[in-house]
Write a protein that binds this ligand. Structure first.
Ligand code: PSV
Ligand code: MN
Ligand code: MN
Length: 397
C-alpha cells in the first residue's frame, strides 16, 4: 500500500504524519554569520553581532517552519560567561541549545595537529578545550559533543600515520571518559582539508573504529559534503545504521568539495536516497539516536531564508522517502524484478509533496509558505536597521 493515500488531494496517512511531526533539524549558529570563500566575504545587512542575535534568527526559522527547535553552538566562537543564562535566553525565544562543536582550527599551536600532536603539552591543551566544551554542555543541557578535527598532513613522510592514530585514540579516550551518562561524543570525518595528503579522521571506517573502541555513547557524524565525488553516501548511512553507530548528520550539498551549499540544492535525488536509507534503517523511529543537523554557509544568499529553504528541503525529501511503497518494493526485489523495484522507488521520488506539506503546516498554525511569510514578515528590515554598523559574531570574534 502506498502510504500516500490520496495523491490527488495530497493527504498523508497517520503513520507518515506522526513521523513528520517528530522530525527536528538543528541549525548551526555559524550559518547566521557572514561566510565566504578565501577570495571574498560578502556581508549581509542584519548579520548577528552576538550569539543572542544568532539564536534569535534561528528562532525565526523555527517559528515559521516548526522544524528547527535547537541551535548548535561553536566554542569558542559562541563563548559567553554564563551558559545557563544563554540556555534560558534560547528558551524564551522558543528554541533550545543543542550540539556543542569544538574548535581546534584557529590556534597557531595546532599547526601540526591538536588531539594527534606529537607534543604532549599541545595534545593536553586540545583535550582541555574539549573538557571545557563538556562543561558548557553541563550548563546548557546539551547532549552531544561534536568533534571535527582539522588534523592531518600535507606530504608523504611528514608524520607517522600510525602514531597519529594512537595519539588520537588516547586523547579521545580522555574526552569520552569525562562525558556524563546522558551525553554523547559524535566524531565527524572528512576526506581532505585543511590537509591534502592525509586527514587523521578521513573516512567513516576510521571514525567507526575510534567510536567503537570508545564505547556505546560514541557515534559517527556523517557530513554529506565530506566524501570523494561519486561516493555512495546512502550505502554508508545503511551500514552505520545497521551497526548502530550513526549518531548525526551534518546536511549540506556540494558540486565539488565541501561546498556547504543549501541541502538538496545540488542533488535532490541523493538527498532522497540518503533519507530513504534513514527511514529503512529506523533512523526516524521514535527514540532513534540519529540527530539531524545542518552545516551550511550562506555566502551570497540571505541567511535566514537560506536556513528556511534548507529545513524545508530536508522535510520534503523525508516525506517523499516515507512514501516508498515498501511492500511492493520488497515484492519486486524478492522476485528479482529490477525494473519494477526501481519504478516503485522512483514513484516516491517523483511525488510532489509540497501541497500536502502546506496542509501539514496550516494544520499546525504555521504559514503555508514559510519563505513568503518570512519575506513579508518585516524581520529582515528590522534586523538590518537594528544591527547596522555592528561587527559580526563568529569567525572573526
Ligand atoms: C569543516 O569542514 C566543517 O565544515 C566541519 O564540517 C564541521 O562540522 C564544521 O566545519 C564546524 O566545525
Ligand atoms: Mn560538518
Ligand atoms: Mn565541512
Amino acid at each position: 500500500m502506498n502510504q500516500f493515500n490520496d495523491q490527488e488531494s495530497g493527504v498523508f496517512d497517520d503513520a507518515l504524519l506522526t513521523t513528520l511531526g517528530r522530525q527536528a533539524i538543528e541549525l548551526p549558529s555559524w550559518a547566521f554569520g557572514n561566510a565566504g570563500t578565501r577570495f571574498k566575504v560578502y556581508g549581509t545587512p542584519g548579520t548577528p553581532r552576538t550569539i543572542q542575535e544568532k539564536i534569535a534568527d534561528a528562532a525565526q526559522v523555527h517559528r515559521l517552519t516548526g522544524l528547527a527547535p535547537s541551535v548548535a553552538l561553536h566554542i569558542p566562537w559562541d563563548l559567553v560567561d554564563d551558559f545557563g543564562k544563554l540556555a534560558a535566553f534560547a528558551d524564551d525565544q522558543g528554541v533550545r541549545l543543542g550540539t556543542i562543536n569544538s574548535n581546534t582550527f584557529q590556534d597557531d599551536d595546532y599547526k601540526f595537529g591538536s588531539l594527534t600532536h606529537v607534543d604532549p603539552a599541545i595534545r593536553r591543551k586540545a583535550v582541555d578545550h574539549h573538557l571545557r566544551c563538556i562543561e558548557v554542555m553541563d550548563a546548557t543541557g546539551s547532549r552531544d559533543l561534536k568533534i571535527w578535527l582539522p588534523d592531518g598532513t600535507n606530504y608523504p613522510g611528514q608524520g607517522d600515520l600510525r602514531g597519529r592514530q594512537d595519539r588520537l585514540a588516547e586523547s579521545l579516550r580522555t574526552i569520552y571518559d569525562r562525558l556524563g551518562p546522558d551525553q554523547r561524543l559524535v566524531l565527524e570525518y572528512k576526506i581532505f582539508e585543511p590537509f591534502f595528503y592525509t586527514m587523521d579522521v578521513p573516512d567513516w571506517g576510521t571514525a567507526f573504529a575510534h567510536v567503537t573502541a570508545l564505547g556505546e555513547r560514541a557515534l559517527v557524524c556523517l557530513d554529506t559534503g565530506h566524501h570523494a565525488p561519486s561516493t555512495n553516501i546512502e550505502f554508508i548511512v545503511a551500514q552505520l545504521l545497521r551497526l548502530g553507530k550513526l549518531g548525526s548528520f551534518d546536511f549540506n550539498s556540494r558540486f565539488y568539495a565541501d561546498d556547504d551549499l543549501i541541502v538538496g540544492a545540488a542533488d535532490p535525488f541523493q538527498l532522497f536516497r540518503i533519507l530513504a536509507e534513514v527511514v529503512r534503517g529506523g533512523g526516524l523511529d521514535d527514540g532513534s539516536p540519529v540527530a539531524f543537523m545542518l552545516d551550511q554557509c550562506h555566502n551570497i544568499e540571505d541567511k535566514i531564508p537560506g536556513q528556511i529553504r534548507s529545513v524545508l528541503n530536508v522535510q520534503e525529501m523525508t516525506a517523499r522517502a516515507l512514501l516508498i511503497d515498501t511492500e511492493s518494493l520488497r515484492a519486486a526485489q524478492d522476485a528479482g524484478d529490477v525494473l519494477a523495484a526501481n519504478a516503485v522507488y522512483m514513484d516516491a521520488f517523483y511525488t510532489d509533496v509540497r501541497p500536502a506539506l502546506g496542509d501539514w503546516r496550516e494544520s499546525r498554525g504555521l504559514p503555508r509558505d514559510p519563505m513568503a511569510a518570512y519575506a513579508t514578515s518585516g524581520y529582515a528590515e528590522l534586523i538590518a536597521a537594528e544591527r547596522a554598523g555592528g561587527v559580526q559574531a563568529g569567525w572573526g570574534a
